[in-house]
Design a protein around this ligand. Sequence first.
Ligand SMILES: *Cc1c(COP(=O)(O)O)cnc(C)c1O
Length: 358
Amino acid sequence: MPGKPIDWIRPEIRELSAYHVADATGMVKLDAMENPYRLPDEVLRQWQQDLLTADLNRYPDPQAGALQQKLKQIMQVPEGQGMVLGNGSDELIQMLALAVAAPGRCILSFEPGFVMYSMISRFTGMNYIGVPLADDFTLDMDKTREAIEQNQPAIIFIAYPNNPTGNLFDADAIGEIIRMAPGLVVIDEAYHPFAFASFMPTLAEYGHLLVMRTVSKMGLAGLRLGYLCGDAELINEVNKVRLPYNINVLTQYSARFILDNAGFLDGQAEMIRSDRDKMLKHMTLLDGVEVFPSQANFILFRLKHADADKVFDSLHDQGVLIKNMNSPGVLHNCLRVTVGTSEENHAFLFALEQALNS
Ligand SMILES: *Cc1c(COP(=O)(O)O)cnc(C)c1O
């Protein structure tokens, strides 16, 4: 019998460290793949007006029906497909895991990859299989086939583009994974606004394929809103583990309003893509920096001679916060920077050159 209160906490939870978010006060913040731009003044004013009619004394629409309709239309979800909304796509990953969790079952994804797949597997008592990517961060199909055959995963998560590497996996290879998967396959398109590729149009071809997206990286991270699309019957089952009012009144109102006036978001994404390409070019010219191609709003790079921890600290001392990805293995000596405004990007590039030359 456990003695202390804390002994009741499962050992696999006690082993974890809580998801760490760095303090960014006063920093040039390029660590979390946020869109650096705020709402245009006119949209901001109208949005505030619109919010005056929100009923904060009432529970929100439990299905957020009006918002779902809007998302289906604007995001070109194929006719007849189902949708469920999450408090960020993180919550959708949790719902999916809760819906399939059973002793001995596992979730499969790729490493290096998005940390929440493995974290949430653990939270829900499932095994997690991380199939290593090849050294160039492409899918290693021999390892993938073997891992799927051996482990028969309940869910395979594929981030497209991948985080933290920034690349799009080969679409034909993903097609093969979809066809060989015994369970569900979730294509996580969090970075869709920065890539010209999507599995959304193929949803109707496969009953076990789901496409997950979020409004976070496209400029509305503060709202916490993700959406999962796929076969209506399957979505209906996932919807059963959703807590009733997970999308609050302010988020439902705000998202509907902003999506009605969303033209500016496309413009911002275009600016970010163009600044990303400029930054990639600039970084490629730096001596001692290996830059990995990116279809997302961030860039992964490796320091060939300098020590990544020291460079990270030097950038931090210079007021620039990025993400330190340095760990043994394929991410050895790697750092990840989010594309910000052109001023922020210049501040980063200047600080990086300082750090490399010191
Ligand atoms: C950022 C990110 C998410 C989480 O998005 P939220 O909607 O903010 O929870 C999901 N998947 C990937 C690959 C991400 O990088």
